[in-house]
Ligand binder design. Structure first.
Ligand code: HCB
Length: 216
């Protein structure tokens, strides 16, 4: 089977909510010499995009989306140790990663956290549905070191919370202590400029590149 066929198989296991098949296809991809990074970008994420589009077109419903998400998680269990193997010890800074309050979508958040960890960031993962107070407490603990806030929001409602987070940092006089990268499907460059954050990124690989740039 060619590498493209294996990537297509990965994609299809996500679309078909095949949890065991997805884990097996992920192992097959690694066995064929496909990198964890290519498996995510060329196979799994392509599948999640199709699932998202089908959900929007009402061709799939929530229970099916949850099964696709589980398949993605099964693949990430296989891939995370691989991504961690590439981990550098450069100590570029601490990335405080979180999903905005009211939002439990964590697939992209976990991909981005893993990718930043593999690129030398120490990761403080606050998880999902994170209120501003928790973020501020963590920033206060780390004040004085190099800090990157990495927030995800997948819904237009939770995206609005990113503005509140920036305002809360300004109010607590912590804005200059951190760089801020926000992402998630609804986040645009225009929104980043409007709320006074520093950057966004299209995907996990882009997030690593942008994050390293911000820490310079
Ligand atoms: Co969910 N959901 N969902 N959902 N969901 C979305 C997000 C909608 C867009 C679907 C739609 O209606 N069109 C929609 C939001 C609409 C809106 O506000 N505009 C929606 C809704 C409405 C809901 C519920 C409210 C549904 C309901 O209950 N009625 C509910 C929300 C509950 C809540 O959060 N309070 C809900 C629930 C679910 C699950 C549980 C079934 C499941 C989540 C499982 C999980 O995450 N553990 C789910 C899923 C999977 C989706 C879709 C289909 C896929 C999201 C995803 O995982 N994408 C999504 C449709 C879509 O996005 N088109 C749909 C794949 C990942 C890899 O991409 O964009 O998350 P990503 O991350 C990328 C990228 O953005 C970037 O890098 C990542 C990796 O490449 N990135 C960053 C991410 N964070 C970054 C941070 C940075 O600093 C930089 C880059």
């Amino acid at each position: 089977m060619s590498n493209q066929e294996i990537l297509d198989k990965l994609r299809d296991t996500i679309v078909n909510q095949d949890i065991n098949g997805c884990a097996a296809a992920t192992k097959e991809a690694l066995g064929a010499g496909i990198s964890a990074f290519d498996a995510i970008n060329g196979g799994l994420s392509v599948g999640m995009k199709i699932v998202g589009d089908k959900f929007e077109a009402a061709e799939l419903y929530l229970p099916q989306i949850m099964m696709s998400a589980k398949a993605m998680n099964a693949a990430m269990e296989v891939l995370t140790p691989e991504l961690e193997k590439d981990q550098t010890d450069e100590g570029v800074g601490t990335a405080i990663t979180f999903v905005q309050e009211g939002d439990i979508h964590d697939i992209g958040h976990r991909l981005v956290s893993t990718m930043l960890g593999a690129n030398g960031f120490k990761i403080v993962d606050l998880g999902v549905d994170v209120p501003d107070n928790t973020i501020l407490d963590e920033v206060k603990k780390l004040e004085g070191s190099k800090i990157l806030l990495v927030g995800s929001a997948l819904m237009t409602t939770s995206m609005l919370g990113q503005k509140d987070t920036v305002e809360a940092l300004v109010e607590e006089k912590l804005r200059d202590s951190v760089k801020i990268m926000f992402g998630g499907a609804p986040v645009s460059d225009g929104w980043i400029a409007e709320i006074g954050a520093d950057a966004t990124a299209e995907n996990a690989a882009d997030a690593a590149r942008v994050a390293l740039q911000l820490m310079k």
